[in-house]
Design a protein around this ligand. Structure first.
Ligand SMILES: [Zn+2]
Length: 466
C-alpha cells in the first residue's frame, strides 16, 4: 500500500496600507534606512496603546468576499506570547478564537481561517560580533491564512500559492512578492497509509514557488525513507535550504498552549457588521471571472494566463475588450500581439506599457481585420502605439503603407516584377511553382510591403499562365 501525503499551507501576506497595524508609522518594511519608521508604540515602550488600522481590516474583509469566506460578526485581537528580540513587547498582537474570516476557497483548496496580526521586526545575525534589529517591519499589518489539510501533492500547493498571489495583486491589498518576503509560505506535511494523519512537520521560509514545490517533495521522500527504515518522525519545525535543496531541523514545534493566547485588554472588541457593506462596492474583476469571460470569447488559455498575471497587460487588454466591443476575432489578434510582439518590444526597454495608447492598438487591430494593412506593416507600426500624435490610419496613409487593393495599381506592380525578373518568370511558366513566392516577394518589396500578397500571387499567376 502506498503512503498518501497530506499537506496544509499557512501563508503570511504583508498588506499594503499607508501606516502600520497599530500606530501611525509609515508602512515601508523595505526602507534601506533601518529603524526609520518607528515610534513608541511599535517599539513597545511601556504605557503606549495600540489603535487598530481600519484600512487593514477592510482589506481582509475584501479578501474574504473575493474568496467566498464567512466574515465574522464579532472579532477581537489576542496576545500571542513569546520572547524573541524582534518582538519587543514579548507578545505579538494576533487573533485566536475569533478570526476575521473562516472558510472560503482558492484554486479548489478550502481555507480554514484568515486572521490579521502584526509583523515582527527583522533580525540580522551576520553583523560582526552582535546581531542587529530593524524595526521598520515591526507592526506592519500581516494577513495569515490557513488552509484545510486537503492538499496531496506539491503541484496543487504551487497552484494554490500562485492563484493566491494573483488574487492579492488583483485586489491590490498586497504586492505579494515572495522574494521580498511580502508573501511567505509554510507547509505542514505528513504522510500516512491509513485514514489517520501521520506525524506533521512544518517547513518555514519558503520564499519562492520553486521552494514550495522543492520542500514538499523533499519532505514526502524523507518521511517515506524514515518510516520504511523503521525510524520515527518527530513533530518539528524545519527550514528550507535553497542552495542544498534540503530541509533542516530548526526547533521542536510549539503548540497553541505554549503561546498562552488571551484577548488583548488594550484593544476593543469589534462588531464587524459596520465594515462589510462599504467594502463590497470596490470589488474588482477576479482572476477566475476574467478567465471565464475570455474563455467565452474563444481566447487561448495560455495567453489569457500571461495577460491576467501581468498588471499592465491586464489593464490594457480590459480596455481593448471594450474598444473592440468584445468581438472574438479582433480580440484574439490583439491578445496575440500583446503577448508576443508587444511584450518583447517592451522587454527591449525602449518603450513601456504605461505609454501604450489603447485606442491606437484597437485602431491597428481593426485595420488589420479589414485588410487595410497587412501583418508585416502592422509589426512595423507597433512603435507608433507608444508615441503621441496622429492615429495609425493617418500615419499609414502618410507613409504609403495602406494595403494596395486597387487592381490597376497591383497590375502595374505585376508588370514591373515580370519585366525585371524574366528568368524566374520563365521558370514559373515552365512549371516551377515555387518561383511564385519569389515573384510575390519582389512585388511586396516594390510596394514597400503595402501590396496585398494574396492578390499579388493571384495576378502574377494569371499573367504568366495566359
Ligand atoms: Zn510605530
Amino acid at each position: 500500500m502506498q503512503y498518501v501525503p497530506t499537506i496544509g499551507l499557512e501563508v503570511h501576506a504583508e498588506l499594503k496600507t499607508k501606516s502600520k497595524m497599530f500606530c501611525g508609522c509609515k508602512n515601508d518594511p523595505h526602507d534601506a534606512d533601518a529603524n526609520a519608521h518607528t515610534c513608541p508604540v511599535c517599539l513597545a515602550h511601556p504605557g503606549t496603546l495600540p489603535v487598530p488600522n481600519q484600512a487593514a481590516i477592510e482589506k481582509v474583509i475584501l479578501f474574504g468576499k473575493a474568496i467566498g469566506a464567512t466574515i465574522a460578526t464579532y472579532s477581537e485581537f489576542d496576545r500571542k506570547n513569546y520572547f524573541y528580540p524582534d518582538i519587543p513587547k514579548a507578545y505579538q498582537i494576533s487573533q485566536y478564537a475569533y478570526p476575521f474570516l473562516t472558510g472560503g476557497e482558492i484554486a479548489g483548496v478550502k481555507l480554514t481561517r484568515v486572521h490579521l496580526e502584526e509583523d515582527t521586526a527583522r533580525s540580522q545575525h551576520d553583523q560582526g560580533s552582535g546581531s542587529l534589529v530593524d524595526f521598520n517591519r515591526a507592526g506592519v499589518p500581516l494577513m495569515e491564512l490557513v488552509t484545510e489539510p486537503v492538499i496531496h501533492d506539491a503541484a496543487t500547493a504551487e497552484r494554490f500559492a500562485k492563484e493566491l498571489q494573483l488574487i492579492l495583486r488583483t485586489l491590490d491589498i498586497s504586492d505579494a512578492n515572495m522574494e521580498r518576503g511580502e508573501m511567505r509560505v509554510e507547509a505542514n506535511i505528513s504522510i500516512s497509509k491509513t485514514a489517520e494523519l501521520g506525524t506533521k512537520v512544518e517547513v518555514k521560509n519558503l520564499n519562492s514557488f520553486r521552494s514550495v514545490v522543492g520542500a514538499i517533495e523533499y519532505e514526502i521522500a524523507r518521511h517515506q525513507e524514515v518510516l520504511e527504515s523503521g525510524g520515527v518522525l518527530h513533530q518539528e519545525t524545519r527550514g528550507w535550504d535553497e542552495v542544498k535543496l534540503k530541509t533542516f531541523t530548526q526547533r521542536s514545534k510549539e503548540t497553541a498552549k505554549d503561546y498562552r493566547y488571551f484577548p488583548d485588554p488594550d484593544l476593543t472588541k469589534m462588531d464587524m457588521s459596520s465594515f462589510a457593506p462599504r467594502v463590497g462596492e470596490i470589488m474588482p474583476a477576479l482572476p477566475q471571472e476574467k478567465r471565464d469571460k475570455y474563455k467565452n470569447l474563444g481566447l487561448p488559455s495560455d495567453q489569457v494566463e500571461i495577460v491576467i498575471a501581468h498588471r499592465e497587460l491586464d489593464r490594457i487588454f480590459a480596455e481593448v475588450v471594450k474598444l473592440l466591443h468584445e468581438q472574438p476575432a479582433p480580440l484574439k489578434l490583439a491578445m496575440n500581439y500583446l503577448t508576443s510582439d508587444l511584450l518583447s518590444l517592451v522587454g527591449q526597454g525602449t518603450v513601456s506599457f504605461s505609454t501604450l495608447d489603447t485606442a491606437k492598438l484597437a485602431e491597428l487591430i481593426t485595420m488589420l481585420c479589414e485588410s487595410r494593412i497587412n501583418s508585416r506593416i502592422a509589426k512595423d507600426l507597433l512603435p507608433e502605439l507608444f508615441v503621441e500624435g496622429p492615429g495609425i490610419a493617418e500615419v499609414a496613409e502618410a507613409r504609403g503603407l495602406l494595403q494596395v487593393e486597387d487592381e490597376s495599381a497591383l497590375k502595374e506592380i505585376v508588370a514591373t516584377v515580370i519585366a525585371n525578373n524574366p528568368g524566374p518568370a520563365e521558370e514559373f511558366k515552365a512549371g516551377k511553382a515555387a518561383t511564385l513566392q519569389f515573384l510575390v516577394g519582389q512585388g511586396m518589396k516594390l510596394s514597400r510591403g503595402a501590396a496585398n500578397p494574396a492578390k499579388l500571387a493571384e495576378l502574377i499567376t494569371l499573367e504568366l499562365t495566359k
